[in-house]
Structures are given as C-alpha cells and as structure tokens.
Design a protein around this ligand. Structure first.
Ligand SMILES: [Mn+2]
Length: 320
C-alpha cells in the first residue's frame, strides 16, 4: 500500500470521527507535542471533540502552541467514550507510555498511528508512517495537505514548531528539500515562525545560560577515544534552573563541537548519574547499551548509580 493511500485512509478516519483522543509520547519533545497540537487544532476547527494525553507533565515552554491546553496527564481520559485514538511520533505503544492504557480500551475503537521513525511496529488500524519525513509534525501536515484539508495559521505554527525542533533548526541529516518545502507551505499558511525561535531556541533565561556556561567550562577532550565529555553537579542547579533548561545542550555541543562523540554527565536528584551521548557518525547506542542504557544510533543515554569523577582527559562515573 503506498503512502498516499495511507494518508488518505488516515485523513478519512480522522475526519469521520466524532470524539478523538490524541497521544503524545512520554518524555515529550517539541515534535510529539506540536504534531498533537496541530492535529487537535485542525480537528477542533471541524467541530470534532478532541482531547490530548501525555503520560508525563506538559513542559511549560510549549504552552504557546495552540490547543496545548487540551493536553492532560490524567489517565482517566482513557475511560471516556471515544471512537478514535491517534498516536503521534511513537514507534510503539510502550515508547508512547500508553501500552497499559491501550490494553484497557473498549473494543471497537479505531487506532491511527502517525509517525516518522524507521522502526515502527505498525500498531494502528491505519499506519501513516513516513520514514522519509523529518518529523511526525511533517507527516500530520502531509496527511492533511495531501487530502485538501485547510491548515490555518494556528495549526501551521504547531507543525512548523515540530519541524524546527526535530531537525534542530534545519540542521540534522533528516533535513531534506521536502522539509524546506513543507516549512515554506506552513509559512504561506501564516505560521508564526518567531514563536518557536523565541520560546524554544533563543531567549533562554539567565539560570539556564549559567548552567550551559558550566557545561562549556568543564568540557574535556579525550583524543584517543574521540570523546568530549562534561559534567553537571546537583549544586549547579538553582531553584529556577531545572531539567528543562538543559534541553538541547547535548545537541548543541554535538552541532558546534568538531568531535566524533559528545557525553554530558549530570547528577540527578535521585542520586543517579544520567549520561547523554551524541554523535554525528558513530553508533552511540552500542556504547550506551554497554552501560545499561540505550537509544538511537546517534543519540543515546544511560543512568548509573555512582558519582561523577574528574580525570585528566574526561569525566567518568565511579560506582559508590
Ligand atoms: Mn519526532
């Protein structure tokens, strides 16, 4: 079945529904939230009842997204009557954080899966999975645009946000001519491009930039392993600088530092050390797996009990 047909099926299922639940994956990022918000904005405009769900708390910096007020972390939304559930930006239901909730869904509810991950279990009745797309937001946009559905400025702002965040501002290898074409269409539709730049990329609060400053100041380079590492301790965090101010720091280093692998170590409140690997070419998922973690080929992480220790050429985790 070709993609055009799947997009048509997805569009039909979406617009024929009366009451839709839209799922963003846990540990939400800009793409899963933007895809969900854009989708809900378009459906709500058609008079379809929509509700959003994310298993983890909604991050404040995305509150400018139209329809974001519809997203809750209250699982009781699974008990309400629905005729359609849509999952965006998730290769499977466990990744989305809703496998338990799905097992309890009443029979007869249709599931639409809209994604761009290369590995996807095709868990939906309709699977609009476009692995060539830069983001799930681009796929949702194409499901609508390829079927003549009007996209207003609010929905366009959402989809453009997803494209910008998942491509790191048109910077990652998934960025293609199609990405720019979709972005151009969204700008023509009235997308407010300054909002994602201002709220998500530029204009970081002072405590957040101070943390980034610590991270930069502690960078060390291990030439033998091609590994740049840095560390962040609990004492670096002020009351105002919490985890979300660190969002993007590993990607930033990966983008601006000319080294094969970047590792950011961070002391978490639970006493564990969280490590984030990034690379532009090496398989860091394999590295993370050796440390009990996992992830994608170019972006992976782990969590270990222990302390961050300084060495001459880098930072490591020493078990307690
Ligand atoms: Mn994505």
């Amino acid at each position: 079945m070709d993609l055009k047909h799947r997009f048509h099926q997805a569009h039909h299922a979406l617009t024929a529904a009366k009451n839709v639940l839209v799922i963003s994956h846990r540990k939400p990022d800009g793409d899963t939230l933007s895809a969900a918000c854009g989708l809900m904005t378009v459906l709500a405009k058609r008079g379809i009842a929509v509700q959003g769900f994310c298993a983890d708390r909604f991050p404040d910096q995305y509150a400018y997204l139209p329809s974001s007020e519809r997203i809750t972390d209250d699982p009781s939304v699974f008990a309400a009557p629905r005729d359609l559930v849509v999952v965006v930006d998730s290769g499977d239901l466990a990744y989305a954080g809703v496998d338990r909730h799905f097992a309890a869904l009443p029979p007869g509810i249709k599931v639409v899966n809209i994604d761009h991950h290369v590995v996807n279990t095709m868990f939906g009745h309709v699977n609009a999975v476009d692995t060539q797309a830069c983001s799930a937001s681009e796929v949702v946009y194409r499901v609508f645009s390829s079927n003549g559905e009007p996209i207003d400025a609010d929905a366009a702002t959402c989809f453009l946000t997803g494209i910008l965040t998942d491509t790191n501002g048109f910077n990652n290898p998934a960025t293609s001519a199609r990405t720019f074409a979709a972005a151009a269409d969204l700008l023509k539709a009235g997308a407010r491009a300054q909002l994602p730049w201002k709220r998500l990329i530029r204009n970081r609060p002072l405590p957040s930039l101070r943390l980034w400053g610590q991270i930069l100041a502690r960078l060390k380079f291990d030439e033998r392993h091609g590994l740049a590492s840095t560390a962040l301790f609990r004492s670096d965090f002020s009351a105002h600088a919490e985890d979300e101010s660190l969002e993007g720091v590993s990607n930033f280093l990966n983008l601006y530092l000319d080294v094969p692998v970047v590792l950011v170590l961070k002391e978490n409140a639970d006493g564990k050390v969280k490590g984030s690997f990034r690379s532009t070419g090496r398989n860091v998922a394999a590295l993370a797996e050796r440390l009990g973690g996992g992830g994608h080929r170019l972006s992976a992480g782990f969590s270990l009990k222990g302390r961050i220790t300084e060495r001459e050429h880098g930072w490591t985790v020493e078990a307690d």
